[in-house]
Ligand binder design. Structure first.
Ligand SMILES: Cc1ncc(COP(=O)(O)O)c(C=O)c1O
Length: 360
């Protein structure tokens, strides 16, 4: 008798084709788990909380794994807060440069921290928030994002402390603000940085905001993201020291960190195909089936890429422009790998973008 049941050990042709389709993200779960283990150990040693910044990594199929180790997500608006709530189900720390009336109702239902960027936003929504049952029962806490005006990074577009920044309330602006209802402060000033930058930021914060932080009403501090915690050369012992010292300095109940990149770094690839190569005015232009706006971190968008190099050498013997693709945020997210099958010989490139593909 012929067994018509499909053999479960073999994938059908359709299934194989579906798996082989690009573009796709391929996540190495062991590598992701390795990062998460480092973060969990740090959390335990420093007695702090760590959440995943969704703007850095939002592949929600990985959330069951992440939720074994971390405390939830940091959301930069309503849709990320919904993703956190629906797919992670732990803490949701929401911060946006501004909220709209239409978003607030839902945010009040699903956020655990709601951080306000400016005095005007806080004053606009204070009454609504503080009268909400979740605020009154202590499930929802409100914070202010502070701007210590202390720049430590080397890339101005990523510097929230740059002159003219829209991000955070300065000490001068805070002087006149009624903080009744605010129980915590939030700062985010780092980007791919090490502990000495955090240390100098904490000193600037003490200078400008230390008196507020010593106030018994302020019980938590969110130190934002940008901590390169899982990089091999990151001084995690120093971070633990800084967290403990800050907690003691202000007698805080909770310290939160919200890294994005540190969670997913070195844990996956974005695979794309070169669909065509066109030539114009001496340029070779590779048309890829990925786009910066759809598949890559937000900071990729709008930044020009003029050349592709593989392993430090120009690819195809000459620079190739990548249309619909830009490496800026890819080189920022060093852990993301690129895989591109090229032309008829289907050569696979699978290298760390940070070192293998650079902007010409
Ligand atoms: C408020 C806030 N928190 C956290 C992050 C995550 O930063 P990173 O992925 O550099 O750790 C960002 C990134 O821009 C941010 O703006």
């Amino acid at each position: 008798m012929i067994n018509k049941e499909p053999d479960p050990t073999f994938l059908s042709l359709n299934a194989i084709q579906a798996i082989m389709q690009s573009p796709r993200y391929i996540i190495n779960l062991a590598a992701l788990r390795h990062n998460l283990e480092l973060l969990r150990d740090l959390k335990q040693e420093a007695s702090c909380h760590i959440v995943l910044a969704l703007k850095g990594f939002a592949l929600w199929k990985c959330f069951p794994l992440i939720s074994e180790y971390l405390d939830g997500c940091c959301a930069s608006g309503l849709w990320e807060a919904k993703l956190s709530h629906d797919k992670m189900g732990l803490h949701t720390l929401t911060y946006s440069p501004a909220y709209k009336d239409s978003e607030l109702k839902d945010l009040l239902e699903i956020s655990h921290h709601l951080d306000f960027n400016s005095p005007s936003q806080w004053l606009r929504y204070r009454e609504t928030v503080t009268s909400h049952p979740r605020f009154q029962s202590g499930k929802l806490k409100c914070g202010i994002r502070i701007n210590p005006e202390h720049s430590t990074g080397s890339t101005p577009i990523y510097d929230p402390c740059a002159s003219g920044s829209r991000l955070g309330t300065t000490a001068e602006q805070l002087k006149h603000l009624d903080l009744n209802g605010i129980t915590g402060f939030h700062f985010h000033t780092l980007c791919e940085q090490y502990t000495h930058d955090l240390a100098s930021t904490l000193e600037a914060i003490d200078d400008k905001f230390g008196d507020y932080l010593r106030h018994p009403e302020i019980t938590w501090l969110n130190m934002g993201g940008g901590h390169w915690i899982t990089k091999p050369d990151y001084d995690r012992a120093h971070l633990i020291e800084l967290i403990k010292a800050t907690q003691q300095r202000y007698q805080l109940q909770e310290i939160w960190l919200e890294p994005g990149e540190a969670i997913a770094i070195h844990s996956g690839v974005l695979e794309a195909n070169v669909v065509d190569i066109v030539h114009n005015a001496g340029h070779q232009i590779a048309i890829l089936d990925v786009s910066a706006t759809c598949h890559m971190p937000v900071s990729t968008c709008g930044l020009p890429v003029t050349g592709l190099e593989v392993g430090g050498e120009p690819y195809f013997g000459a620079a190739v422009s990548l249309e619909r693709m830009c490496c800026r945020a890819l080189s920022r997210s060093e852990g993301i790998f690129a895989a591109a099958s090229v032309g008829s010989d289907c050569e696979i490139l699978s290298r760390e973008l940070g070192s293998a593909i650079s902007i010409g």
